[in-house]
Write a protein that binds this ligand. Sequence first.
Ligand code: DLL
Length: 436
Amino acid sequence: MIWNPIKECMPEEQKRELQGKRLHKVVDYVYHNVPFYRHKMQEMGIEPGDIQTIDDIVKLPFTTKQDLRDNYPFGLQAAPQSEIIRIHASTGTTGNPTIVGYTRKDIDVWSECMSRCLTAYGVQRSDIFSVAYGYGLFTGGLGVHYGVENLGATVVPTSTGGTQKHAKLIKDLGVTGLACTPSYALHLAEVIEQMGIKKEDLKLRVGAFGAEPWTENMRQEIQARLGLKGYNIYGLSEIMGPCVSYECECQDGSHINEDHFYPEIINPVTLEPLERGTDGELVFTTLTKTGMPVLRYRTRDLCSLLPGDCPCGRTFVRMSAIKGRSDDMLIIRGINVFPSQVESVLLEIPECAPYYRLIVDRKDNLDILTVQVEARPDYLSEGFDTLSPITALEKKVADRLKSVLSISSVVQIKMPGSLERFEGKAKIVTDNRKLV
Ligand code: DLL
């Protein structure tokens, strides 16, 4: 099923024409309502009249997270405060958070995008959907919530915390849909197993997982343990929140809601636009937002836009899975390492559970990568009191990591259940070098 075939399956020409018109309108709007953009455009010697087609987008200035921080809290807001009906803020560890104000129109567009996404997953009005993203300043909870309501399915606003209570509700209410981070889905699976609930006793059939990078192996693991089909959902607060893009039944990339968010891929160093199919930094321009529109926002997320058509019939371009963030990439002894690469390796090893941490230290000017990973309970149940299975597994993991990453690492096998579990976004990496 397709929620809005007129938009989601628009012929390419028509789509580009619509994008061009919308781009002109949003540029004119920010030029007259956001001094930050007016000054930037004046510095570059461009006026709204110079932007007529979507190809003119390359003439526009970029926006960065730092720009949003520098203009904290409302500097980039284009609509008057009386038009803003909701505020969200992005999580940030340092400095000012990013504040995003939404008008009623923005919230309606968001709900529409979410309904497109849920329909692509096969969600129907008869479904009961538990939203276990955090409700609050984070966009995950309320964003998905409004989409489920807009579609007409039943929403259970679980939010985070109280995992046992959540597990009981899933069983007792016959919950069919689950929205949460992939790491939380795994934790939930673990709690469900510990409570003695069998996946056959549950009615779960579809999951909307995102807000953090996850791999194909992680998808397989979640699907096997919860007995549902897991779909990717991508988004970011600065652009809207969940559902800037969504997977369809083909699960070969996520369709970007291109009538509202225009994507580009650039080389993060030279800022040159890159061809379809080439990995680079994802950049978004909001085409219809009225609260806080952004021009060419640099997401720092690394991925590619996939060439070719999708068999599902949607013409919205697809983005690949996020391969890492330009600011998340670890450079260890000069070699680029993405946490997702490590995850892929670990989940291919049957003795390893999908709970792991990466710790980077610097000793005597040498970078040391420590990978902590839990063993699966069944692996350690025999010979638990001897060290040999642990040492053997540590060596196996270290060898596999070395062959994939081309660097050696210190592997520490941890007891099942010993690493901290997360309810929101998982904090996988600790880079102690920054503290030096
Ligand atoms: O994480 C919005 C969201 C909520 C998306 C719920 C999906 C589901 P922020 O907190 O602003 O917003 O974080 C945005 O999270 O730039 C990516 O680095 C990462 N991210 C989000 N979705 C995915 C995904 C929400 N599906 C940042 N895969 C983004 C990989 C993701 N990374």
